[in-house]
Write a new protein. Structure first.
Length: 358
């Protein structure tokens, strides 16, 4: 594996040319975007795409996002409504953290679409990603550069730790700006459906586009084929057991007398609530609930720091229950907790008693 570090401010034509060559030759390049680091390859090369799935140990029915440069347009054959909708979205949000799922895409390697008749497209807002796309001259298929189900990488170091030798090249351009994945929307005639909350909040979408915007519901409990792969119930997960709790619970009665568990509990919440957490637990902080942009930026870095390989530990993750970016943050925390949300102090007490076998 080769590791290239970009200068503090800006790009470097030589490093970009090297990375573009690796992509064109069918290699895997981990590269920065404004959301998280991606594990990229030539979107037309089925063999390269398969290597991405293998490196991540990602199930083949989970399609990849195709990253395109700023001059990408919907193919000529696209219907009028689709072109209008994509143009509207692109004008408002590209380059940026919005992924658009559109019908078609059979020009790409088959595994990119994961057996569907749709393809997910996005133009990333990061100078290195855009320079790489321009230099390679081909769309780059890329999921997040982490092993399947684990926490997404917001720095090149995360990629090196997690996938290290499985990449041909890692491009290091520091930490990513948003720290959360893109918002994924499915485009259908007259309407947009959010399949995955992300860096562009629902409210901003609604305020900007002509089409009506709804949120795909039932994702966590839907037993049928998943509409979108980011909807796995367990995803973005630390290795230590994790549960999520609603904000502002009365935690004064949750301690179970004599439980050996208490000192292994790490409560991760907002700094405003610090005084409400039992002194026996370690309190860790996401930051202030008043600045969810910072919370999002640091979220995955924090989850990695708070993770422990200790199988007996327990991470309690506090949801924000806020609109805007709060939706994406809570979505990731809920999946990190495999869908377990406790909604009262009494429920937390019961859960802990049960876990301690008391
Ligand atoms: P990641 O591995 O974080 O890059 O996730 C890729 C995301 O792309 C998934 O979570 C999906 O939400 C989305 N995606 C990619 N292709 C499709 C598609 N054809 N239909 C629906 N969602 C898609
Ligand atoms: Mg991912």
């Amino acid at each position: 594996m080769e590791y290239l570090t970009f200068p503090e401010a800006g790009s470097s034509p030589e490093l970009i040319a090297r990375a573009a060559q690796v992509v064109r030759d069918g290699g895997l390049v981990a590269f920065p975007t404004e959301t998280v680091y991606g594990l990229g390859c030539n979107a037309f090369d089925e063999q390269a795409v398969r290597r991405v799935f293998e490196a991540k140990r990602r199930p083949l029915d989970n399609p990849l996002i195709v990253h395109v440069s700023e001059d990408w347009t919907t193919p000529e054959r696209a219907d009028g409504w689709l072109r209008e909708m994509v143009d509207d979205l692109a004008r408002n949000f590209w380059p940026g953290p919005l992924t658009i799922v559109v019908p078609g895409g059979d020009e790409f390697a088959p595994s990119v679409r994961g057996g569907r008749s749709t393809v997910a497209i996005r133009c990333p807002d990061h100078p290195i990603a855009l320079a790489l796309l321009d230099a390679a001259g081909i769309p780059i298929a890329a999921p997040s550069a982490n092993s399947f189900g684990y926490i997404s990488p917001t720095s090149a170091r995360h990629v090196a730790e997690d996938l290290g030798d499985l990449c041909d090249l890692i491009l290091d351009a520091g930490r990513t700006r948003y720290g959360l994945e893109s918002t994924v929307v499915e485009a259908q005639e007259g309407k947009l459906t959010i399949l995955r909350h992300g860096a562009i909040p629902l409210e901003r979408l609604r305020g900007s586009v002509v089409a009506s915007v709804s949120v795909f519901d039932g994702a966590l409990n839907d037993p049928g084929p998943r509409r979108s792969p980011g909807l796995h119930q367990r995803h973005y997960s630390p290795r230590v057991e994790s549960i999520a709790v609603m904000p502002g619970l009365d935690l004064s009665q949750v301690l179970v007398a004599g439980s050996p568990l208490d000192e292994r509990i790490r409560y991760v919440g907002y700094e405003e609530r610090e005084s409400m957490v039992p002194a026996q637990w370690s309190m860790l902080s996401f930051g202030s609930i008043l600045d969810l942009e910072i919370v999002a930026h640091d979220l995955y870095e924090n989850l990695r720091r708070f993770d422990t390989p200790d199988q007996r530990g327990l991470l309690i993750l506090e949801l924000s229950d806020e609109p805007g970016l709060g939706r994406a943050i809570d979505d990731r925390l809920t999946r990190a907790a495999s869908g377990t949300i406790l909604t009262s102090g009494a429920a937390v007490r019961l859960f802990l008693a049960d876990k301690a076998g008391m």
